[in-house]
Design a protein around this ligand. Structure first.
Ligand code: HEM
Length: 537
């Protein structure tokens, strides 16, 4: 259905043979529209009459054109493509680790849809803003859909799903001023030491990728793979762009934003239109399915990297984006990804962030798109869905199968209803024996990887990081600055010192009478002082 150019469902009622008649404008009821320029009025100066059915329907549909935008990741761009499996995981057959069909055969192709996004600001916000970038992939596999809902950065701010709404509130605009505010951000972060590695990436040029084509992707959370014997391993996913990786400094981003605030959407669309199809290679890191007490971090903690040197990246396949959406709303806006959308052979890990996420996605999509969001062409699996779920708002079809008794919408039944599917391998049955608690992960170790990340940056990346942190921290209260300097110092002494020195320099400038006004304040003044007067008319 999705491959159809016009994105209409294949069984859409009317024939679609191109004919002159099909070019003629109709109402949604199929009535021809003879005049689309003029309201029906009493005399040509008005007033209008109430029985203007075409007008009323046109306006009332227009009045309802918007659905709630995503609570996060509202600004995005998408494309269709294909995943080609290597049939192997590094040098071993994929079946050693997973029975997921999508990975088994060399050269096997699976159609997919990708949506890239920024996180915090609204649906038409600039694509040059400092933010993680979403990297969500929906694969229409023969066993149903598999979604890998990731980001460009490989770690996250927090590792407990309970904290997500607070994190997002701190980064979203202030509820009174409706402006994003560094003081609110660093008030939260200074009380969230596990965020230090993510903050180090985010305020460096890695926080503004050049565009969507030249950025990495990562599943971030830990998942599991299960093979035919029911044996599981821990797994992390990484997408590596074959176009290379490019990031922007703050200064570069501001210049680009002054010319085009949709540059990343345009870049992706134009590349695909020109036939320069962007590609990413998919790698996995694999660890045995246990707690790994030998590591100084918990492998389920998504604020930490699994170091590449210790846990090699094993190639498993390649993704190519080769087709632009024809209807942004139907495809990019209404697409619904979720971390619970896994196929046989792929499983959840015990990562408590992942479990929180798995509740949140389909919950929000029932609200944002509607109860029957999975019936939309962009979301429905290519494999036919055969459920006993029925009705609800905007129910478009029933999951019926030819030959089955249509009176039976329950299971079990002896009257010809649907049957449970046969198992494809041994069940994976993890064992648990622990107290039910409300506690942090034991191995916190919040600073050593963040320090490594800082030390591994090139000089220009470090400089941009310090500049961005200092300019965001300048307007914040002293105790927030002090707490942040203490956290940066625990990551790396030089890191803390450079932020501290930067803040001192600003204060010295202020004391000597030189302006210490922020970029944002400057812009407000600039609009007043440099604007041109206009005559009232
Ligand atoms: C507990 C933590 C999290 C919660 C509760 C959460 C929740 C949400 C919600 C409610 C949405 C909107 C979905 C929609 O309207 O369709 C969303 C979108 C998204 N989230 Fe999360 N999220 C969490 C963490 C993460 C993490 C760690 C990542 C990265 C690995 C991530 C990646 C994304 C992406 C890429 C999207 C946009 C998907 C799209 O393009 O439609 N989220 N998240």
């Amino acid at each position: 259905m999705i491959e159809q150019k016009n994105s209409q469902p294949a069984d859409s009622a009317c024939g679609d043979a191109a004919s002159t008649e099909n070019n003629l404008l109709t109402t949604r009821q199929g009535h021809p529209v003879y005049d689309n320029q003029n309201l029906r009025t009493i005399g040509n100066r008005g007033p209008a009459t109430l029985e203007n059915y075409h007008f009323l329907e046109k306006l009332s549909h227009f009045d309802r054109e918007r659905v709630p935008e995503r609570v996060v990741h509202a600004r995005g761009a998408g494309a269709h493509g294909v995943f080609e499996s290597y049939g192997t995981v590094g040098s071993e057959p994929a079946s050693t680790y997973t029975r997921a069909k999508v990975f088994q055969e060399k050269g096997k192709e699976t159609l997919l849809f990708v949506r890239f996004s920024t996180v915090i600001h609204g649906g038409n916000s600039p694509e040059t803003l400092r933010d993680p970038r979403g990297f969500a992939v929906k694969m229409y596999t023969e066993d149903g859909n598999w979604d890998l809902v990731g980001n460009n950065l490989k770690v996250f701010f927090i590792c407990d799903a309970l904290k997500f709404p607070d994190l997002v509130h701190a980064f979203k605009p202030d509820p009174m001023t409706n402006r994003q505010d560094g003081e609110r951000i660093f008030d939260f972060i200074s009380n969230t030491p596990e965020a230090m590695q993510m903050i180090t990436f985010l305020f460096s040029p890695w926080g503004i990728p050049a565009n969507y084509r030249q950025m990495q992707g990562s599943g971030v959370n830990t998942y599991k793979w299960v093979n035919a014997d029911g044996k599981a391993v821990l797994v992390k996913y990484h997408w590596e762009p074959m176009q290379g990786i490019k990031n922007l400094t703050q200064e570069m981003a501001e210049e680009i934003q002054g010319k085009n605030f949709n540059h990343a959407t345009q870049d992706l669309y134009d590349a695909i239109e020109k036939g320069e199809f962007p590609q990413w290679e998919l790698f996995v890191q694999i660890l045995s399915d246990d707690e790994h007490p030998e590591l100084d971090f918990d492998p389920l903690d998504d604020t930490k990297l699994w170091p590449k040197e210790e846990f090699p990246w094993l190639p498993v396949g390649k993704m190519t984006l080769n087709r632009n959406p024809v209807n942004y709303f139907a495809e990019v806006e209404q697409v619904a990804f979720g971390t619970g959308v896994l196929v046989d052979g792929l499983d959840f890990s015990d990562d408590k962030m992942l479990q929180g996420r798995t509740f949140s996605y389909s919950d929000t999509q029932r609200y944002r798109v509607g109860t029957n969001y999975l019936q939309l062409p962009i979301n429905s699996p290519r494999k036919k869905a055969v459920t006993n779920q029925r009705d609800g708002q905007m129910a478009y079809n029933q999951d019926l199968t030819a030959g089955l008794n249509t009176h039976v919408n329950y299971e079990p039944s002896t009257l010809g209803g649907v049957k449970e599917a046969p198992k494809t391998g041994k069940d994976y049955t993890p064992q648990y024996n622990a107290a039910l608690v409300r506690e942090k992960i034991s191995r916190q170790n919040n600073f050593s990887q963040a320090g490594d990340t800082y030390r591994n940056f090139q000089d220009w990346e470090k400089q941009d990081l310090i500049n961005n942190l200092v300019s965001t921290l300048v307007p914040t209260q002293q105790h927030i600055q002090d707490n942040m300097i203490a956290l940066f110092t625990q990551c790396d002494a030089d890191y803390g010192k450079r932020v501290s020195d930067g803040l001192m320099q600003f204060k010295a400038m202020k004391n000597s009478g030189n302006s210490e006004s922020s970029h944002a304040d400057e812009a407000v003044q600039q609009a007043i002082e440099e604007s041109m007067e206009a005559k009232a008319y």
